[in-house]
Design a binder for this molecule. Sequence first.
Ligand code: GLN
Length: 292
Amino acid sequence: MAERVWTIQELLTWTTDFFRTRGMETPRLDAEVLLAAVLGRDRMYLYVHFDEPLEPAELATFRGYVKERGAHVPMAYILGRREFMGLSFRVTRDTLIPRPDTEILAQFAVDTLCARAEAGAGELRFADIGTGTGAIALSVLHHTEGTRADAVDISPAAAAVAAENAAELGLTERIEVLTGDLTAPLLGRSYAMILSNPPYIPSADVKTLMEDVKAYEPHLALDGGADGLAVYRRLLRDAPDLLTEGGVIAVEVGIHEATDVAALMAAHPRIVRTKTLRDLAGIERVVVGETV
Ligand code: GLN
């Protein structure tokens, strides 16, 4: 018996209803984005071709995507990509999905490095610790000149994704991707800036996260120990020693963590000043420390 033919409009209607019953937050949008990806088109195409039927192969791919999304697999893992700072990054289940919130940290780094470059600093080196997809390090490199980065991840699989993104973005010459625990692979090196978005969710809170996050994103990149601050304690004990004079360290923090993280930073003898940056929702999102 011939398979029934599905048009774009019929598929969008069916899939939107299905996603709604599964509790997705943006059922119509997800359906459109997945269908557009299967067809290799943008979403606008769908609206102009409502009556177009899908080829059997396209339908099979779309069904696979819908099944995954229905089970709350994040869109970025289904598509294998996520946009960050205007660039497209490959993401896999070995990497945290870059969040818009983290653009606060990346933009701070871009602005600070650009100001230093204009003030006549020579080549500026920075480190990104717990790089995941490489989104922070690579977007900062892309949006600055005369900068080089060392990017570290404890997960060899994540480091491989960061290296792949570096190659895709044509930045391989300006980045070294290392595998290891926090600053361990960087001992003996020095940096004008150190950046990190470490795992910071308190262990007990991980199970309260959205299904998409807790069931699919790597807990290694999320779980910050009993009080969420375990990784900052180790990072902020060691990382400021790697800063050059006038160096800056900036880390993303979770909700209600800024005061504690600023105190951990200020406890390091080389840190003379700290400040916090807020995100668009007014939440303290980044803590910055400066050396003399
Ligand atoms: N912002 C992420 C979340 O809320 C957590 C990222 C992290 O732990 N660094 O899911």
